[in-house]
Write a protein that binds this ligand. Structure first.
Ligand code: FES
Length: 167
C-alpha cells in the first residue's frame, strides 16, 4: 500500500477546488457562448436581396427601387428597407445608393429644375451626374455608392452598396 496518504485537509482542498471549478465553468460557458455566438456565425455578407424590379422593365431613366430585408445586428433582428436608383446603361445595370456622400441625406433623381437629369441632394444642394459622379463645386466629395447586382428569374437582386472603385 502506498505511504502517500492524502490528509483530510488536502482531500477537502481538492474536492472544493474541483467542485468550485466545475461550477464556475458551468456558469461561464453559457456567458462565453452568448458573447461569442454572433461573431462565430458572422453576417450574411455578400448576400443578394431580391427586389420586385423586373430587369426587362428597366430603361436608361433611373427609377427608385425599394427593397426590404431582415438585418441581424448581433442579437437584434430588424426589418430594413433600402433604396436604390437603378437604370440601364447599355447591357449594364447601374444601381446607385441614394445616400448623399456629404452628410448622408437622401438624393433624388431629376428633382432640381435648374439642373435636370442629375441626382440632387436638397440638404446642401449637392449634385451628382447620372452615373453617380459628384459634381465639383457642390458639397459631396465622392461619387454615390454602387450596389452590386444580379439577375435571377427576371428580377433584380442587389448586394451591399459599396464605394465606387475608381477606374
Ligand atoms: S448631405 Fe447632401 S449635400 Fe449635404
Amino acid at each position: 500500500m502506498s505511504k502517500e496518504r492524502v490528509s483530510r485537509r488536502q482531500f477537502l482542498n481538492y474536492t472544493l477546488t474541483g467542485v468550485g471549478g466545475f461550477m464556475a465553468a458551468g456558469m461561464l460557458m453559457p456567458m462565453v457562448r452568448f458573447a461569442v455566438d454572433p461573431v462565430l456565425k458572422g453576417e450574411a455578407a455578400g448576400d443578394f436581396i431580391a427586389t420586385k424590379q423586373k430587369v426587362s422593365e428597366l430603361t436608361d431613366e433611373p427609377v427608385r427601387v425599394d427593397f426590404t430585408f431582415k438585418q441581424k445586428d448581433a442579437w437584434y433582428e430588424s426589418e430594413v428597407t433600402n433604396t436604390a436608383w437603378v437604370y440601364k446603361d447599355g447591357d449594364k445595370i447601374v444601381a446607385l445608393s441614394p445616400i448623399c456622400k456629404h452628410l448622408g441625406c437622401t438624393v433624388g433623381w431629376n428633382t432640381n429644375k435648374e439642373h435636370p437629369n442629375q441626382f440632387f441632394c436638397p440638404c446642401h444642394y449637392g449634385r451628382y451626374e447620372k452615373d453617380g459622379t459628384n459634381i465639383p463645386g457642390t458639397p459631396p466629395l465622392a461619387p454615390l455608392d454602387e450596389y452590386p447586382y444580379k439577375e435571377k428569374g427576371g428580377f433584380l437582386y442587389l448586394g451591399k452598396a459599396e464605394p465606387r472603385k475608381e477606374a
